[in-house]
Design a protein around this ligand. Sequence first.
Ligand code: KG4
Ligand code: ZN
Length: 335
Amino acid sequence: WRFMHILAIESSCDETSAAVISNGKICSNVVSTQHIHQQYGGVVPELASRAHQQHILPVVREALQQSKLAKTELNAIAFTKGPGLLGSLLVGVSFAKAMALALKIPLIEVNHMQAHVLAHFIEDPKPPFPFLCLTVSGGHTQIVRVDSPTEMTIIGETLDDAVGEAFDKGAKILGLDYPGGPLIDKYAAQGNPGAFGFPIPEIPGLDFSFSGVKTAFLYFVQRETAANPGFVTERLEDLCAGLQHTLIEILLRKLRKAARQTGIKAVAIAGGVSANTGLRRSLQETGDALGWNVYIPKFEYCTDNAAMIAMAASFKYEKGIFSDQRVSPAARMDF
Ligand code: KG4
Ligand code: ZN
């Protein structure tokens, strides 16, 4: 990894981010989060694209400045090809293409979900291959078997909602702001996880389902509120704790099954929901009980960021895997 300086751009959802990686080490990671969506209770794609357009140049400038590298020292430009919102991705892809063209350097496309997994290689301790990664975000819930930085297989995934969506929808039912995941986390810490129980779905194999929990939660809150209008306010902490406990239990049951089936005892989590303190604690406890080596990323590398895109791009650069100017974004994308 000598003489390898890469600028990476992430614009798949509602964070505009740019990072510089130099010889395998992250030297800057600038993230600009769009707050405009809060008032709408979810990401508005049209507004996200516009905000990316406004933020991308200052964010890239800042990332370069912090890295102390001149743009002429860059060896490649990396970007998120997908999955994500098409209009948002287009801003990052077009910017990356233009910059690579102007600097006459190669382009490297990165799969956003693979980058979440590879965020584990930014800092020590790094997981050994093969390892399992539970990738949990607002749009995805996957168990990934990782055999090398460029060989990954999805061995389980959600059949309906993503777990981050279940957190956010649960929060919306309770009247909390978007994105509700971090707020559920905060209130759950003061509640009793055993106060209210919600059903764990019986799904075959390693796949997940979260829509049933969401519906059960909605009906429960509606029924109790009809009897006592102050119910949510009085029991907010317990409701958050109960919902969070159920969602974590669904995740960990499948993760235990995956570890059993594959015989792999190196287990990592990634994606926005891996910032959840309850999940981090439960994973560590499960790992201690079952003799796993558990890998939990730093908070800043859990949610969307360009450092993980830069890390994934470094592995591709090493292998000489580049893209050409005809590349276009993909809203949906397999591994
Ligand atoms: O990976 P990410 O930043 O963006 C996507 O690619 O989706 O994940 C965002 C998701 C949101 O659903 C958000 O509510 C959830 O991650 N999230 C959390 C926490 N922090 C973020 N969910 C539960 N607890 C948290 N502390
Ligand atoms: Zn993400």
